[in-house]
Design a protein. Structure first.
Lengths: 333, 429
């Protein structure tokens, strides 16, 4: 009690510090200004309340619940039953889970670098001053706007299926494979192609990065007689490395979360959920199958948290590695 | 800006209170919107089923008929392909929002009864809103589990070999009641050799066919509580399958995977397919050829192991209109006009009245009627295999793992092991 009483005036004084002093005549003001501050705060929180409510009800709440479910056996109908770490040990022992991890890692490891290389390559071409560049920029960017949609995934499936355009082109060269979407080993590459095709978003970021590189560095290099390749390696790459880092980070995290394209290209309606012989059973697909097909929400929650931990680890490694290869202009090192 | 901590806390509390109030208002608003009764006593019930477009067309016609007869009841419909239907249903049911009435099958009765989803319709029978009289062949007992009436059969069907008739003619193959598995395999090879098309679409992954094979040998796919066969049994079944895929007797699974949801038979990848006899209706609307029915091969020249299966209508326990739902089911299983519209799309009508009302005139439905009659004449029908909870998950695992084996992603031994592991988990849960 006593401490609370002595505490309050001290706080008032603190608040008073933040407003300009107007002399001793205004000794009654502090509490008034504090009150106005409070009112402003209240208004601020009120305006924020839709967001706060959304965050608590739709994000924080469900996340806390799923953390709890991860340690339970929960089939959606009966009350969750606490089983400790059983979900995790079951997960690690499940060959289908290991398959989904393998296939997801493969997708990330192949898809992300190829996509970024394509984005950087095209960005380099588009950074040059030529006529009609604005048109090309828009044209190359467009796929990344629509690429994540269900309709494109359906088109993709059609393009890569038996006797469709890709297969026919292959047949011209005598290497017809009977369609990628029916082949459990090839179908994942149609997904890689789909993500690479959406290189527009990282490309735009690369473009912005390229514009930031000071001209005089190239001029100096020209004077020193450095060739184009040398200039790219010693000037462009180090100068855009922060942008490159940002893109690597973003695309890696994004790739881990692949779902809709795998689900749709891999089957969707009427067949197995994710591909012939689990060919596109990526991590999130398997999570979905366990949760919604097999009604094992506890296990699915455990899988979701496992994914979060894995992505966090990869992100941490990337951040740690940036000391070695990312070059910041001023004091960033 | 520096502010007192206690002030902030109070503000947050107020803000939280305000947002909770807002959320509360939102919830009330939704609750009002979700109500399915309106002032004039009109009631809306939701009805979902699985199937394809041709079934949807027929069902919509029967609903129009129902709404005319019961102007106070409106029916909202929804349908998906089989697997998607159950995913959606499961999610809706667990969220406490299942459709009021829905298509069901025996494999799901125990599962959803255990989860408290299914309405015991016997109350409605007692109240006189639904009659269980006039069913054929003991079908009125099909939806009864532990004394509760959980589903009302709309039709009966049996497993059959659906064939592409011109292909069979070209290959010079005929199938007669009592033919053996050796005859069958010889016929499949002959179709491959003479027509260049695979004989069969992939029988090794069809749980309901393997069940018949097991029953011919004194076993069954399920017992009351688990699997009714051993790893050695399945190894034998899939070893034969692996050979058949390699030699082209069975359709290339990579091609079959790509034409889904169309069937391998109507996509002309295979000359025949084991499935329920009423699927002939769907294949006829899907494919270009003429389709017929052939008997199930036997082990001893006699016993096919067959039984009548059935699609049913079930009601959800949470429905607010059990009476209207019962009236709806009654109409759908007893009204003769409904039978004329539905034909044999969901099997041969379950009630005698509907059976008599529909006289098939087209070759497809005639063939189904003849097939069902031939089974009765041959006296091969036996009691159905039990379906423990989790049977549905076993069925889709069986199909998927068989596909993995056929595509060479797993050896037969690995596939068998994987199936036993997965089904053990499914049947325990």
């Amino acid at each position: 009690m006593g401490s609370a009483v002595t505490h309050a005036p001290a706080r008032e004084g603190l608040a008073e510090d933040s407003v300009p002093r107007r002399g001793p005549a205004h000794s009654a003001r502090p509490s008034a200004s504090a009150r106005r501050g409070r009112r402003e705060n209240l208004a601020g929180y009120l305006f924020m309340s839709p967001w706060i409510a959304g965050f608590l009800l739709l994000t924080a709440g469900p996340m806390a619940a799923s953390l709890y479910f991860a340690f339970t056996d929960y089939n959606l109908f009966d009350a969750p039953r606490w089983i400790g770490l059983d979900n995790f040990s079951e997960m690690f022992a499940d060959p289908r889970w290991r398959h989904s991890v393998r296939i997801t890692l493969w997708y990330v490891v192949i898809g992300t670098p190829v996509k970024l290389l394509a984005a950087l390559g095209v960005a380099l071409l588009l950074a040059q001053k030529r006529r009609g560049q604005a048109f090309y920029r828009a044209a190359f960017y467009a796929p990344s706007l629509i690429g994540a949609s269900v309709s494109v995934a359906i088109v993709w499936k059609a393009i890569f299926s038996d006797d469709a355009i890709v297969d026919r082109t292959q047949q011209l060269f005598g290497i017809g494979a009977g369609g990628w979407t029916g082949d459990p080993d090839l179908i994942i590459y149609s997904l890689v192609a789909l993500t690479v095709w959406q290189f527009g978003a990282p490309m735009v970021i690369f473009l912005a990065g390229l514009k930031q590189v000071p001209r005089e560095l190239y001029e100096a290099a020209d004077v020193d007689g450095a060739g184009k390749l040398r200039q790219f390696w010693n000037i462009t790459l180090p100068m855009i490395s922060p942008v490159l880092f940002f893109n690597v980070l973003l695309e890696t995290i994004h790739s881990f979360q692949i779902f809709s394209s795998a689900y749709i290209v891999g089957g969707g309606a009427g067949g197995n959920a994710c591909g012939p012989a689990d060919g596109t059973m990526v991590y999130t697909c398997y999570l979905y199958v366990q949760g919604f097909e097999n009604s094992r929400m506890g296990l699915a929650s455990a899988m979701a948290w496992m994914l979060l931990v894995a992505v966090a680890l990869v992100t941490a490694v990337l951040f740690w590695s940036q000391k070695r290869w990312v070059h910041y202009e001023e004091g960033g090192r | 800006m520096q502010q007192g901590g206690n002030v902030e806390r109070r503000t947050i509390l107020k803000a939280a209170g305000a947002s909770l109030a807002v959320a509360g208002l939102g919830a009330t608003a939704t609750a009002c919107g979700g109500g399915s009764g309106s002032g004039d006593g009109t009631v809306t019930i939701r009805y979902s089923w699985w199937g394809a477009d041709d079934r949807a067309e027929r069902i919509n016609k029967t609903i129009a008929l129902f709404e005319k007869k019961y102007p106070k009841i409106k029916v909202k419909t929804d349908f998906q392909p089989y697997l998607d239907f159950w995913k959606k249903f499961n999610t809706q049911a667990s969220g406490g929002n299942p459709p009021d009435v829905f298509q069901n099958a025996i494999g799901f009765l125990r599962k959803y009864d255990a989860k408290n989803v299914l309405l015991d319709l016997s109350e409605q029978v007692k109240a006189g809103h639904l009659s269980m009289d006039g069913f054929r062949a003991g079908l009125d007992k099909f939806g009864e589990i532990d004394g509760k009436l959980l589903g009302v059969p709309v039709g009966s069907n049996s497993m059959a070999l659906v064939i592409d008739k011109p292909v069979y003619t070209r290959a010079g193959v005929t199938a007669e009641q009592g033919w053996t598995w050796d005859d069958f395999h010889a016929a499949m090879a002959r179709i491959r050799d003479r027509t260049g098309r695979a004989g069969d679409s992939g029988m090794y992954g069809v749980m309901y066919l393997y069940d018949l094979y097991l029953r011919q040998n004194g076993k069954a796919f399920f017992t009351e509580t688990g699997l009714g066969f051993t790893e050695a049994d399945l190894t034998e079944w899939w070893t034969r399958a692996e050979k058949g895929v390699k030699s082209g007797v069975y359709a290339d699974p990579r091609k079959v995977a790509q034409i889904k949801p169309k069937s391998a038979l109507s996509a002309e990848l295979a000359g025949s397919e084991f499935t329920w006899d009423n699927f002939t209706v769907r294949y006829t609307s899907e494919g270009k050829s003429e389709y017929g029915l052939a008997p199930i091969p036997t082990t001893d020249g006699k016993k096919t192991g067959q039984y009548l299966g059935s699609l049913m209508l079930s009601a959800s326990k949470r429905t607010r209109h059990p009476e209207e739902v019962a009236q709806f089911i009654h109409f759908m299983v007893h009204d003769p006009e409904v039978a004329k519209i539905m034909g044999y799309d969901r099997g041969v009508p379950a009630t005698q009245a509907q059976y008599d009302a529909y006289q098939p005139t087209d070759p497809v439905n005639k063939a189904i009627a003849a097939y069902e009659e031939s089974l009765v004449k041959a006296g091969v029908l036996e009691p159905i295999t039990p379906h423990p909870g989790g049977a549905d998950i076993c069925e889709s695992a069986f199909l998927r793992i068989a596909e993995e084996m056929a595509m060479g992603k797993r050896s037969v031994d690995e596939a068998v092991k994987q199936f036993f592991t997965e089904s053990k988990t499914a049947l325990a849960g």
